[in-house]
Design a protein around this ligand. Structure first.
Ligand code: AP5
Ligand code: MG
Length: 188
């Protein structure tokens, strides 16, 4: 089987990270979560972490050029080339989507899934999770930015014939089974 090369889209709190962990176990690709990478940089106190922390705490986006640099480096690593990837949290803006197309040399080998969870349920999940940036204000800002910057990418992936839509409501097991059949049913 060809390696999975998939972008997981869906608003904040929709369960992307949760499901990616399971999909990695089941299907073997490398999980590339830009949020996890940034949180690791914050924890290590690197230049990137210092720069990103205030933006993340406020629910703002880290600049495109920074994110594109991080992701293009990661996508070039041998484990990703060999095993494929699940991109979680990237692309998030039209500039990031264009950069991804360039990095991959087109869109022939990539597919996307939109994990759909309404904003009120996503908000409740995040408040329950209680990460550093899960304050009411930062959540509102993230969800607003999702509508203005990220949701338009759904149309872009849809227009390119690359998008499947999966209902993200229900138990984690139910969502996982839906995602898995969407992914396995989509030719790479
Ligand atoms: P990021 O880490 O991507 O955070 P986010 O956008 O807020 O998305 P989440 O991680 O909250 O959502 P998720 O879909 O992974 O949900 P999860 O599985 O945790 O980004 C953080 C910040 O980094 C951004 O604000 C930005 O500053 C920066 N950043 C990152 N990427 C960037 C980029 N490309 N460009 C610019 N800036 C960038 O689930 C949520 C909760 O729900 C969990 O507690 C989980 O246990 C629970 N849950 C999951 N599934 C279910 C279920 N089926 N039923 C009930 N509860 C569930
Ligand atoms: Mg996440």
């Amino acid at each position: 089987m060809e390696p999975v090369r998939l972008v997981i889209l869906g608003r904040q709190g929709s369960g992307k990270g949760t499901q990616c962990v399971r999909l990695v176990d089941a299907l073997g690709p490398v999980h590339i979560s830009t949020g996890d990478m940034l949180r690791a940089a914050v924890a290590e106190g690197t230049d990137l972490g210092l720069r990103a922390k205030a933006l993340m705490d406020a629910g703002d986006l880290v600049p495109d050029d920074v994110m594109i640099g991080i992701v293009s480096e990661r996508l070039a690593k041998p484990d990703v080339v060999e095993h494929g990837f699940l991109l979680d949290g990237f692309p998030r803006t039209p500039a990031q989507a264009e950069a991804l197309e360039e990095i991959l040399g087109g869109t022939d080998s990539v597919r996307a899934v939109n994990l759909v969870v309404p904003a009120d349920e996503a908000t409740a999940r995040m408040l329950d999770r209680g990460r550093d940036d899960d304050t009411e204000e930062a959540i509102r800002r993230r969800l607003d930015l999702y509508e203005t910057s990220t949701a338009p990418l759904l149309a872009w992936f849809g227009d390119h014939g690359l998008l499947s839509v999966v209902d993200g409501l229900g138990t984690e097991d139910e969502v996982f089974e839906r995602l898995r059949s969407a992914i396995e049913g989509v030719p790479a």
